[in-house]
Design a protein around this ligand. Structure first.
Ligand code: FAD
Ligand code: NAP
Length: 542
């Protein structure tokens, strides 16, 4: 589908100063929220810091960027016509194709006329006398709204480590999540990349093919499974599209909101041979299925060790130099850090123009004017790539001065970690909703369905309030506290918090260590339904 971009007019320049709702962010969350609000007859204004729609896919234009959830599932389901008509070309879409899709959605539903781009929300203050939010932007907007909806993204606030010497670096440096729109030509250049999470693992093979030399600075080795991306199989597409609505409904009831069948058997219930066959099958299929090889792969350490041993064996087979292979072997629990998918990641280390620099334990010592110093040695580079991730889940929210009742700042309330009920609402902040906020499955689910579930919930709630003449809704502290405990208890029953990872904030120095996403998508959806069926149990409405 090749709809031209940017054909709908933008909101810039309109003079309205009051809306039913202000939405922060025009990624998939903000876009669908706007569409939902309009459909319900509410007035809305979206503010977006970027120059256009797409959020993650607008900003993360680094080489190799693509999704790792199959395209036919990593897409909206709210419009049957949209999902039938849009044609994906690959099993896992590239960033450019996903961005094209976001633009198509904006055009198709004429979203841009209510979105103001290049505008960052700086402050949102709740006025108790009027039950209104006052929202301010860096473009000078001062508007009021009954509801303030944060669709500001879980992975939208970048983490750029404060390396000594960076300001003296004489080459060019880039963060993967703020990649130049015109692209970067690494031909003939010596490039250094710091970071080998999902982003680095996608970028490294592509940059290595172009650069004269690539130095990979690795602090922690990562597991990765081949994505096995292919052009989209037309037969599979036809099969799914023939029953797309049912396919979506089924997936919404499956782990991670994806077409992944929950395993019934446990690791040691089967023979070693059978287990081996199962792992080989997952490896050959590629994708995220390895996490669900057995029912206890993500909960029982002994079981998990069999998965990690298998993946390590594959790494050793892929990398020709045994010393390099050894450095690439992870020693943490499999899938404790977000599992990565790759195309030729480990094989890239067989290239003569790629050097793996192990900085485990010592880190980057400093950036010098001409390179990177690590382990007492200087590695000369012309360009530096930071694939160093995000201040996840709370970063974008804490960057805004959000003031609730009694002028309390959200970031003060969250000083020891985010406190939310269902990840949707925080007590003391009436009529403020967070799309995929901390305490909801968010980043541990296929995120577009997770976004849709939240937006639908918020839309239903606003309709309910209108119908019952209610002006304010707020999570109660009595509901928030046990929910926080539930989020921690659920995580503790898994191996997700068995290593340093961004789910618990350990990638950002000084960030409180609290496991933020809720690990049980299926249970969460049921809980949200139950809350509504019990007249918004856990919320106070007035
Ligand atoms: P975002 O897309 O992050 O959009 C939030 C927007 O809010 C941004 O455009 C930002 O500029 C704007 N914003 C933030 N603060 C302000 C402010 N104060 N004022 C104005 N605007 C503001 N998820 C998956 O499920 N599957 C995948 O395969 C997958 N791949 C990913 C690959 C990458 C490289 C990254 C970084 C993330 C990936 N994700 C994936 C997660 C991805 O973030 C979500 O799938 C989804 O795109 C999030 O949409 P969103 O609208 O909630 O947030
Ligand atoms: P990330 O997973 O947090 O990885 C950051 C990398 O930078 C890690 O290797 C980390 O090392 C390293 N790093 C951070 N600070 C460092 C420092 N001071 N010195 C040296 N190394 C440092 O970030 P990401 O790769 O951008 O991915 C974030 C999330 O975005 C993913 O988990 C995923 O949810 C999403 N994403 C998805 C895809 C996809 O395939 N669809 C692609 C990209 C991103 P340590 O491990 O030692 O901390």
């Amino acid at each position: 589908m090749t709809t031209p971009h940017n054909t709908t007019p933008q909101a810039n320049g309109t003079s309205a100063t009051h809306f039913d709702a202000v939405v922060v962010g025009a990624g998939f969350g903000g876009m669908y929220m706007l569409h939902k609000l309009r459909g319900l007859g509410f007035t809305a204004r979206v503010y977006e810091a970027g120059g256009d729609v797409g959020g993650t896919w607008y900003w993360n234009r680094y080489p190799g960027a693509r999704c790792d959830v199959p395209s036919l599932q990593y897409s909206y389901q709210f419009s049957e016509e949209l999902q039938q008509e849009w044609k994906w070309t690959e099993k896992y879409s590239t960033q450019t194709e996903i961005l094209r899709y976001a633009n198509h959605v904006a055009d198709r539903f004429q979203l841009r006329k209510d979105i103001q781009f290049n505008t960052r929300v700086t402050r949102a203050t709740f006025d108790e006398a009027t039950t209104m939010w006052r929202v301010e932007t860096d473009a000078g907007n001062r508007v009021t709204a009954r509801f303030c909806i944060m669709a500001s993204g879980c992975l939208s606030s970048k983490n750029t480590p404060n390396f000594p010497g960076l300001s003296d670096f004489q080459g060019q440096w880039f963060h993967t999540s703020n990649w130049p729109h015109e692209g970067v030509d690494f031909t003939g250049k010596r490039v250094g990349i710091i970071g080998n999470g999902s982003t680095g693992i996608q970028a490294i093979p592509v940059i290595a093919r172009q650069a004269e030399h690539l130095f990979v600075f690795q602090r922690t080795p990562q597991y990765s499974v081949p994505a096995r991306n292919t052009p989209l199989d037309p037969e599979e597409e036809a099969r799914i599209k023939a029953r797309y609505r049912d396919f979506r409904i089924q997936n919404n009831g499956k782990p991670f909101a994806q077409d992944l069948n929950p395993p019934t058997r446990t690791t040691f219930e089967v023979s070693e041979d059978e287990r081996r066959r199962r792992y080989e099958e997952c490896w050959e299929q590629g994708g995220l299925g390895m996490m669900l090889a057995y029912a206890d792969s993500g909960t029982n350490l002994e079981a998990n060790l069999t998965v990690s041993a298998f993946v390590k064996e594959k790494i050793k087979q892929a990398v020709k130099d045994p010393a390099v292979a050894e450095l690439l072997l992870p020693d943490h629990v499999y899938a404790c850090k977000r599992p990565c998918l790759d195309t030729d990641y480990f094989e890239t280390y067989n290239r003569p123009n790629v050097t793996l620099v192990d900085i485990r334990g010592t880190g980057i010592e400093r950036i010098t004017p001409r390179g990177v110093q690590a382990k007492g040695r200087e590695y000369p580079v012309d360009c530096l790539v930071f694939a160093t991730g995000f201040d996840a889940m709370t970063g974008a929210l804490n960057n805004i001065d959000i003031r609730g009742k009694g002028h309390q700042a959200l970031k003060d309330k969250w000083v020891e970690g985010p406190r939310c009920y269902l990840g949707l609402s925080s007590s003391g902040f009436p009529n403020l909703f967070i799309i995929t906020g901390p305490g909801s499955p968010s980043v541990l689910a296929n995120m577009i369905p997770a976004i849709e579930q939240h937006v639908n919930w918020v839309g239903d709630c606003l309709e309910y309030m209108r119908k019952h003449g209610l002006r304010a809704i707020e999570a109660t502290e009595e509901a928030e506290k046990p929910w926080l405990l539930q989020v921690q208890t659920a995580a503790n029953a898994t191996l997700w918090n068995a290593c340093d990872n961004w789910y618990q904030g350990s990638n950002v120095p000084g960030k409180p260590r609290v496991f933020m996403p809720y690990v049980d998508w299926v249970g969460y959806v049921a809980k949200c339904r139950e809350v509504v069926n019990n007249a918004y149990e856990g919320f106070s409405l007035r």
